[in-house]
Design a protein around this ligand. Structure first.
Ligand SMILES: Cc1cc2nc3c(=O)[nH]c(=O)nc-3n(C[C@H](O)[C@H](O)[C@H](O)COP(=O)(O)OP(=O)(O)OC[C@H]3O[C@@H](n4cnc5c(N)ncnc54)[C@H](O)[C@@H]3O)c2cc1C
Length: 428
């Protein structure tokens, strides 16, 4: 059996992008995925579209951005933008690029991953690798006692042959919410999300009519998918990485799933190097810190979004109360220093970061420069004016970089914090 550096289970955006990046980093990679993955239209944010362009990825299946309108209680009439993406086409193009970059892509079912033996068992035979990567999305086996939000069910399909509008629209309705996305030349993709338990008591067309309205016909080939936030893999077992939905599956309402899948694939290279070249301790800490905080933040941001809809009824009451009443963003009275695992120069390293109310996970670099030496020189004191800061704190930095650094610190309220920055208790 050929020994690979990494074997990946699942070829959605997380698995395919991780495969591409690991191959670009010079590793020998195999990926096994089911012949048919996700088949639906999703919304892709301009932030993910920019990432696709920056990484030189194909944009097959991605349509032009359209305005997205919210009919959502306090947010009624708010607009942002999103691209429609046909996931079957997009995912296939990513896999094609992976193969071009030297990844061995197999259309096969993964039966199980055995990190102790370094083997991925597939319907095409076993694949041996020094590192296994779990990226089977919501179908990946989840950790015992995993956490999950109130169970949701998404029902979706093409509603008719004509796109009814040039804007996409998300609307809150008493029994759930509906998203309508016009796709040029194909019609309108409509997705209704309701409570999974209710869907067991009412026929789908009746639920659909209640939420989407009588004017939106029930799709002839409606598909169903589970759709709630899940914390599937808070911890990494030795010899295994877990990416994308397999780690934290996002609530479709967040529109954050593709970004999360891509950002976890971006972290896969430094994490893989830490496991392959070291003992993997930093990778395990990095995973836990990112994944657990992403889950709780998404849970609480989602709760606030459900509350904003201003709807009554069990669907909204349950989601507006879960998971708790804690604020979505850590309430820090002032910025604090803490030790965290960060990516520096493409590797994982332990570094001092600054936790701020805006960046509760911490920031290690500003304007491309490490923050820790600057904080050391400030010695916990308040921020001086920009000119003194450049002269006394950052004399080695270019004036423009020093100004950016000063502006960033000032925007976090450091200039108005007489007590300066303190170290978080329990960290070195
Ligand atoms: C109804 C719904 C709507 C959504 N809408 C949006 C949206 O508008 N915007 C957004 O950003 N996110 C959205 N999301 C979230 C988004 O779909 C996911 O976050 C994203 O697909 C995660 O990517 P992934 O690669 O981790 O997993 P997936 O995309 O699920 O990929 C997993 C891959 O593994 C393969 N696989 C599974 N089991 C096996 C096996 N045993 N053997 C081999 N291969 C296997 C699958 O075929 C698939 O190709 C939505 C989710 C749902 C449920």
């Amino acid at each position: 059996m050929r020994q690979h550096d990494a074997a990946i289970a699942g070829g959605g955006p997380a698995g395919a992008l991780a495969a591409i990046l690991l191959a670009r980093a010079g590793l020998c990679v195999a990926l096994a995925t089911l012949p048919v993955g996700v088949r639906r239209i999703e919304g892709l944010s301009p932030r993910v579209a920019a990432l696709v362009a920056r990484l030189g990825l194909p944009d097959a299946g991605v349509g032009a951005a359209v305005p997205r309108q919210s009919l959502w209680g306090e947010r009624d009439g708010a607009f942002n933008r999103e691209h429609p993406v046909d996931r079957a086409i997009f995912d296939a193009a990513l896999l094609e690029l992976a193969a071009t970059e030297g990844v061995q892509v197999l259309r096969a079912r993964v039966a199980r991953l055995e990190p102790d033996r370094g083997v991925m068992e597939t319907s095409a035979g076993p694949i041996s690798a020094r590192l296994l990567i779990e990226a089977r999305g919501r179908r990946a086996p989840a950790a015992r006692g995993r956490l999950r939000g109130p169970a949701g069910l998404a029902i979706a399909g093409w509603s008719d042959g004509e796109a009814r509008s040039r804007v996409s629209q998300v609307a809150a309705r008493p029994g759930g919410w509906v998203w309508q996305m016009p796709v040029a030349g194909r019609g309108t993709w409509v997705q209704v999300v309701t409570d999974a338990a209710r869907a067991r008591t009412l026929p789908l067309p009746a639920l659909w009519a209640e939420i989407a309205g009588e004017a939106v016909p029930f799709p002839a080939s409606a598909q169903r998918a589970a759709g709630e936030l899940r914390l599937n893999a808070p911890d990494l077992p030795e010899g295994l990485l877990v990416l994308g939905d397999a780690a934290v599956a996002m609530d479709p309402l967040s529109g954050h799933g593709l970004f999360w899948a891509f950002s976890s694939a971006l972290a896969a290279v430094p994490m893989a190097l830490d496991i392959l070249e070291g003992d993997g301790a930093l990778a395990r800490r990095f995973h836990r810190e990112r994944v657990v905080s992403a889950f709780w933040r998404q849970a609480r941001v989602g709760r606030d979004l459900y509350r904003l809809a201003g709807q009554a009824g069990p669907f909204w009451a349950e989601r507006g109360a879960w998971p708790d009443d804690a604020p979505a963003h850590a309430e820090l009275a002032a910025p604090q220093r803490a030790r965290r695992v960060v990516v520096a120069g493409g590797r994982l390293a332990e570094a001092d970061v600054l936790l701020t109310p805006e960046e509760p996970d911490g920031v290690a670099f500003v304007a491309g420069q490490p923050l820790a030496p600057v904080l050391d020189r400030l010695r916990g004191g308040p921020l001086p004016d920009a000119e003194t800061f450049g002269r006394t704190i950052t004399p080695a930095l270019a004036p423009e970089t020093s100004r950016l650094m000063h502006g960033w610190l000032a925007a976090r309220g450091l200039g108005t914090t007489p007590q300066g920055i303190h170290r978080q208790e329990g960290t070195r």
